[in-house]
Design a protein around this ligand. Sequence first.
Ligand SMILES: Nc1ncnc2c1ncn2[C@@H]1O[C@H](COP(=O)(O)OP(=O)(O)O)[C@@H](O)[C@H]1O
Ligand SMILES: [Mg+2]
Length: 352
Amino acid sequence: MKIAVLAGGRSTERNVSFSSGYRITNALREKGHEATFIDLFLGYDLAGKAPVSAFDDANTSKDLKISDAILTDADINALRSDGSTELFGPNVLAICKEADIVFLALHGGDGENGKVQAVLDLNNIKYTGSSSTASGITMNKVYSKEIMLYHGIQTAAFIEYTRDQGATGHVLPFAYPVVVKPTSGGSSVGTHIVHDADELENSLNDVFRFDNSAIVEEFTPGREFSLGVVNGHAFPAIEIQVHDGWYDFEHKFQPGHTDFVTPPHDLDDDVHQEMKDVAVQTMKVLGMQNYGRIDFFANDGGVWVIEANNLPGMTPLSLLPQEAEAEGVAYPDLVESIVEGKLALYESGMNN
Ligand SMILES: Nc1ncnc2c1ncn2[C@@H]1O[C@H](COP(=O)(O)OP(=O)(O)O)[C@@H](O)[C@H]1O
Ligand SMILES: [Mg+2]
């Protein structure tokens, strides 16, 4: 198959996406596919060649330097010499049209929020993962938690404050500590654990620097897990054991601060099964398809969904690939099964 692997883009998770995209490209090639890695933002300078030749361009197999640095808008703009800032770089759509399917290795922001998916839909281009609508809902923690609660899925109580309401004078409907996050964020960027009204004000001000909406949640104690679902099959949970503090940006991307255990030790079978069932149900009620990852807490009150991720990290060390490995599914097979699962949905007309 011809598969275009779309990575990069303009989100704060641009570099993490390169890491996923590069590994996905190699895995697909290992499985015998003609896979091309494309940077969504920089596109592909074909130097006079027809778009189709991008599929065998030697440049796509070169080793890419992977960095976890968070890039600003200005850093990303500086990557283009002509000063243009639109998301789709030269020839990206043309190359995607040549492919049998596009593997979305994008994370965060535009890429994960459904907008890229909508552009691909309108150009009759097939892609992996969830539809534009489900992606848009899932990227928004307020919308997705409202839908979960409507369907009886347990998730922490929350309240939303928008930037026009300001950061001061809010009286919370639940007790401190609380967790403050950007409503449409990711990678724990802008997430704060807050103990009093002063901290609440500071955290809201911080969130409003990059999101018009903040979600304030009741703090959920307990063990933290994440659970990947591919083509309706829930893989074993992975436990996230942070050495000190909580699962913030540093713990996510700097090695040595966190242990990941899959399958988890000392987890009651019933609780594990419940987490699998709730993960599958959460994907269903949010309209997610093909694959995704649901974050959980478990405590004496049962299992609590933290959030749903519609384009979860896909480096071999990311959570979902580790869970698959624990069940004997090698990384290249996992990647290929995602492609095949989504193509089957297109073939049966069940893609939404
Ligand atoms: N209600 C909560 N109670 C306690 N910790 C939380 C809560 N919500 C989030 N966290 C912590 O913050 C991390 C990031 O929150 P999450 O909602 O998953 O956002 P992101 O999209 O940034 O991953 C979680 O992995 C968890 O450790
Ligand atoms: Mg998360």
